[in-house]
Design a protein around this ligand. Structure first.
Ligand SMILES: NC(=O)C1=CN([C@@H]2O[C@H](COP(=O)(O)OP(=O)(O)OC[C@H]3O[C@@H](n4cnc5c(N)ncnc54)[C@H](OP(=O)(O)O)[C@@H]3O)[C@@H](O)[C@H]2O)C=CC1
Ligand SMILES: O=C(O)C1=N[C@H](C(=O)O)C[C@H](O)C1
Length: 239
């Protein structure tokens, strides 16, 4: 496949290396400093799929530009979901293809699945409080992480005692705390902890490198072309 990489930072470079191992061609790179090219320089004649990992402030504009160019786009940037409804509408209006995941690692998507199951069960039995914790490297811009938000949304759907989240310790029992920590080069760690008076049950995902994210993004890029609409890892993995 011919891939357009948008963003050539930590993720863009990891994806480029893995894409070569999987026999794909990097047809172009669009990046603030590493390239002079623009998304409008590419069309479906030159690119099969675009992969976007940039910045919360640029993600929506990049996704919209890909859709307008008729390029299927796999987006991994986090922190831009206030524009997600617009992205969905634009995808529909243009008959385009958009894939979004707050986390492309297969392990994290299993974690999301188990998290929702556990939330529903813990809620049935009662006596437990729940909180989310995420730890990332100090260069991370957005807070809480996109992954923590997806996990929190899964809890809010299945644990009715929690009605909203707060990116700080909870101030009322109805608030779900999401605690964010920034430390060194931590790739990405997410923990959901259920605590009662007598015990604690935790589920934890710890990324050891960025290769799991890159592999998931490439699996999505291999899957998306030819499909019209907005998709995520649930569709890709059949979860
Ligand atoms: N969904 C997932 O599985 C994952 C998501 N992420 C998310 O992906 C995003 C990128 O992460 P990461 O690669 O670690 O970040 P980096 O900061 O390492 O890389 C981002 C790159 O994008 C470039 N960039 C910034 N703005 C634009 C723009 N408007 N157009 C083109 N390129 C631009 C930056 O250029 P410059 O450095 O010159 O500013 C940089 O090269 C973040 O939002 C992060 O949260 C990260 C890992 C996994
Ligand atoms: O910025 C990162 O590095 C990561 N961002 C994603 C997020 O916000 O959840 C995914 C992963 O945890 C790494």
């Amino acid at each position: 496949m011919k891939i357009l990489l948008i963003g050539y930072g930590k993720m863009g470079q990891t994806i480029a290396a893995l894409a070569a191992q999987r026999g794909h061609e990097i047809a172009g790179i669009v990046d603030l400093h590493a390239s002079q090219l623009n998304i409008t320089d590419f069309t479906p004649a030159t690119v099969d799929v675009a992969i976007e990992f940039t910045h919360p402030d640029s993600a929506f504009a990049n996704v919209a530009a890909c859709l307008r160019q008729g390029l299927p786009v796999v987006c991994g940037s986090t922190g831009w979901l206030h524009h997600f409804d617009e992205a969905q509408e634009l995808t529909q209006e243009l008959g385009g293809s958009l894939f979004y995941a707050s986390n492309y690692s297969v392990g994290v998507n299993l974690f999301f699945h188990f998290n929702e199951y556990i939330a529903a069960k813990m809620s049935q039995f009662g006596g437990y409080d729940v909180a989310v914790r995420e730890i990332h490297h100090t260069q991370k811009i957005d807070q809480p992480s996109g992954t923590a938000l997806t996990a929190a949304e899964g809890i809010l759907r299945h644990f009715p005692a929690k009605t909203t989240w707060r990116n700080a310790p909870a101030e009322t029992p109805a608030e779900l705390a999401i605690i964010s920590e920034r430390a060194g080069e931590v790739v990405g760690t997410h923990i959901v902890a259920y605590t009662s008076a007598v015990d604690t049950l935790e589920i934890k995902h710890e990324a050891h490198s960025r290769e799991g994210f890159a592999l998931g993004a490439l699996l999505a890029a291999e899957w998306l072309p030819g499909r019209q609409g907005v998709f995520g890892m649930k569709e890709l993995l059949g979860l």
